[in-house]
Write a protein that binds this ligand. Structure first.
Ligand SMILES: [Zn+2]
Length: 331
């Protein structure tokens, strides 16, 4: 067995390459071969596009596959590498984490060569593919129990120049939402490893993970817009239509912007994503179900803000998040 992660094809060769990223086996699982596509048209931007980081977010792999179909006709320069599924074990199980070791791939970067299977995938991607790109798009979805608009997201980055370039790249998707998302649980994210190497990394959050035709069209348009902005394909970037609007806004959200459920019960949303709310506006109602004497509880906006994400169709525990609000990004 070859113990080093490697590619079965030379992505430096001109033109189209189709092969695999080989993740070495270990005591928990044998070798994995992740399909990789590359189109090398010489000088120009070096882009890596990945999907299937989380196994229950299936829009990304589909958009990545469509990109592979379209690039041979549209790409004019540079090199685009596409890996539709980063974590096949999680995708096959429709599970956020890898069932075998219970790990979240997006919290174990840069991975470990001698680690469990999820850590070995992260290690292979970090060592073999990441050095071949200057820009990375990692295609995610938000999850089936949340309503969330199509968004290009990043986290606060210490280097102001990289931060500005990353926000510009995220805005170039022309999705309804560009989001600078400050939250606490970021150790081991793919983003952080790439950004520490000075790369522009944009994470797209493609709605609820329910794979609808309308949303897929928006996501594809967003990725195409970003490729146009990079100069990899020709064309005119346009805002896709989302809820009768062709526009986008750039917002920021912080850990204190998450509204928590005051009790266990069924959450009833009373507003929609991208609604503007002011102090005291009704966001939703929590209906306790354990006693008919327990009254329903209003959950109200803490101040002037924009509803970013709202829980839908879920029974929630006390202190579980039911909504996220945001404000325009301060420059
Ligand atoms: Zn995800």
């Amino acid at each position: 067995m070859n113990e080093i992660p490697h590619l079965t094809v030379d992505l430096d060769a001109p033109g189209v390459s189709r092969g695999h990223l080989v993740v070495p086996g270990g005591s928990d699982h044998g070798e994995l071969s992740l399909p990789v596509f590359s189109l090398n048209k010489g000088k120009g931007p070096r882009l890596l596009v990945t999907g299937g980081n989380h196994g229950n977010e299936l829009e990304g792999p589909l958009v990545a596959r469509r990109l592979i179909e379209s690039l041979p006709e549209t790409q004019t320069c540079g090199r685009v590498i596409v890996l539709p599924v980063l974590n096949p074990l999680a995708v096959e199980a429709w599970s956020r984490n890898t069932p075998l070791d219970g790990l979240n791939l997006n919290r174990v970067f840069p991975g470990r060569a001698g680690g469990s299977v999820t850590e070995r995938i992260a290690d292979a991607v970090s060592r073999v593919l990441l050095p071949m790109a200057d820009t990375v798009f990692d295609l995610h979805s938000f999850g089936p129990t949340w309503d969330f608009p199509p968004a290009a997201t990043t986290h606060p980055i210490a280097d102001p120049d990289l931060m500005a370039r990353t926000v510009r790249m995220a805005e170039a998707f022309k999705l309804p939402l560009t989001l600078v998302w400050d939250y606490n649980d970021t150790a081991g994210m793919f983003d952080i490893v790439a950004q520490n190497q000075g790369k522009v990394f944009v994470c797209t959050e493609f709605g609820g993970g329910t794979v609808g035709a309308d949303n897929l069209a928006i996501y594809e348009a967003g990725v195409r817009n970003a490729l146009i902005a990079l100069g990899l394909v020709e064309g005119k970037a346009e805002y896709p239509t989302f809820r009768q609007r062709k526009s986008g806004q750039t917002l920021e959200t912080h850990p204190y912007d998450e509204l928590k459920s005051p009790a266990a019960g069924i959450f009833e949303p009373r507003c929609s994503v991208l609604d503007q709310v002011k102090d005291g506006d009704l966001i939703g109602i929590l209906h306790p179900m354990d006693s008919l004497k327990a009254e329903s509880i209003d959950i109200r906006a803490p101040g002037t803000s924009i509803v970013l994400a709202i829980r839908s169709g879920a029974h929630v525990d006390v202190n579980e998040g039911v909504a996220l609000v945001a404000r325009p990004l301060k420059n």
